[in-house]
Design a protein around this ligand. Structure first.
Ligand code: GLV
Ligand code: MN
Ligand code: MN
Length: 406
């Protein structure tokens, strides 16, 4: 007799749990093409092979495991494949669930459909998208952006990590870029993800359906001043970019609050980064998100204006460079509404980015969220119960069955 789903979930989850886990923080270091992420990719290949699902690589770092023949289907004539999946890569010291839960659930949903004796009328695929967090090369959803043609492959190829390694070097060659030949064969995408807030906890629901994603982006803030001696430089003579940075961080928080938006400076690099030197240069990364594009643009403009004004007073300079932008995403309302009805689940928005948000511009796309009791994400405190994860797998299987048997 088949083991209960919750036990099969735990078995797969235990296989992934040690991979890339930092013992000190309890969080995960699973940067794209790091040894940990490569092990996860091997695990993906093994799981696909166990299920007799051939794996395609798209030349952009994304992997697709297929149940059924892709060659004969086309979205245009209503026979497009149904894809699910997510990503393996993590933010620095991230949680276990953000990403891998969607891939594990994809394989378990395939098992569930096979147990139910479902014969899909179209192929079902499980995807592992590359560099979703942008933690290594700076641009989030890099794999899905390349796959859909949302980023120039030459620009992606030249992106560098903290050690100066290019994306192309880590991939083993320049990325292929847009794959209309594959994209045109996809009829729908459903990504399951751990919820990254307390929406489902408050609603008392194990699973929810996403309505959309707030527009968001990343900006690099470059502050330049003059490096000098911390002991001998008179306070009045300093051109300290750290002051401009500190003021800008506080202004960012205030401007976001004023607009009901979210803005974060979570990463800074200071040079020379010495206790006894006034810094000469500082860089900070702004992550900003808002309910609509106009609010987001106004927020970033206000931050730029405040930083520039402060720089004038500090004798420093500041430049603001957009590194990535993701427009407002509204997931397919028909599909989302149908799945919410089918699964008897609430519908809720999110301000987190996902590959589903990129794919949504090209094909009917939906997201399922699994309750996260801590409400915390991008941190080791991110969590989900095995029981809720099993409910998530069943919901995903229902969604795939609905889509693949139409
Ligand atoms: C991805 O998780 C993001 O929202 O940054
Ligand atoms: Mn994430
Ligand atoms: Mn994610």
């Amino acid at each position: 007799m088949e083991e209960p789903l919750v036990e099969r979930f735990r078995e797969l989850w235990d296989q992934l749990a040690p991979i890339g886990r930092d013992a000190a923080s309890g969080g995960y270091l699973r940067y794209a093409w790091s040894p940990a992420e490569l092990r996860l990719r091997d695990w993906f290949a093994e799981q696909a092979a166990r299920r007799g699902m051939p794996v395609d690589a798209d030349g952009n770092g994304n992997l697709f495991a297929w149940w059924g023949e892709l060659d004969t289907v086309r979205a245009g004539d209503g026979t497009g494949a149904v894809l699910t999946g997510s990503h393996f890569d993590s933010v620095p010291h991230g949680g276990a669930y953000d990403g891998p839960l969607g891939i594990v659930s994809g394989f378990l949903a395939v098992d569930e459909l096979r147990q139910r004796g479902v014969t899909p009328a179209r192929p079902i695929g499980v995807a592992a998208f590359a560099e979703e967090e942008g933690a290594r090369f700076g641009v989030p959803c890099l794999g899905s952006r390349l796959f859909t043609g949302a980023i120039d492959p030459d620009r992606a190829a030249a992106l560098t990590d903290a050690d100066g390694v290019t994306f192309a070097e880590s991939l083993g060659g320049p990325p292929t870029g847009a794959r209309p030949d594959l994209l045109d064969r996809l009829g729908a995408y459903v990504e399951l993800h751990v919820e990254q807030g307390r929406g489902l906890v408050d609603l008392g629901a194990p699973v929810g359906v996403a309505s959309g994603i707030w527009p968001h982006g990343r900006w690099r803030l470059e502050f330049t001043g003059e490096a000098n001696h911390a002991g001998t430089t008179r306070m009045a003579d300093r051109r300290d970019p750290m002051l401009t940075l500190a003021f800008t961080v506080l202004a960012t928080n205030k401007e976001a609050r004023l607009r009901g938006a979210h803005a974060t400076v979570g990463r800074v690099l200071v040079e020379p980064n010495a206790t006894n030197a006034v810094p000469g240069r500082a860089r900070a990364w702004l992550d900003a998100r808002a309910a609509d594009a106009a609010t987001l643009a106004a927020l970033v403009e206000a931050v730029r204006a405040k930083a520039t004004d402060r720089a004038r007073r500090d004798g420093t300079t500041v430049t603001v460079v957009e590194e990535s932008a993701t427009p407002l995403v509204g997931f397919d309302e028909d599909l989302g509404g149908r799945l919410a009805g089918l699964l008897d689940s609430p519908v809720l928005p999110t301000a987190a980015g996902h590959d589903a948000g990129v794919l949504a511009g090209h094909l009917p796309t939906a997201m399922l969220f699994v309750r996260n009791p801590s409400g915390v994400s991008h941190s080791p405190a991110e969590t989900a119960s095995d029981a809720d994860c099993a409910v998530g797998v069943l919901a995903l299987a229902d969604a795939l069955a609905d889509l693949a048997t139409r």
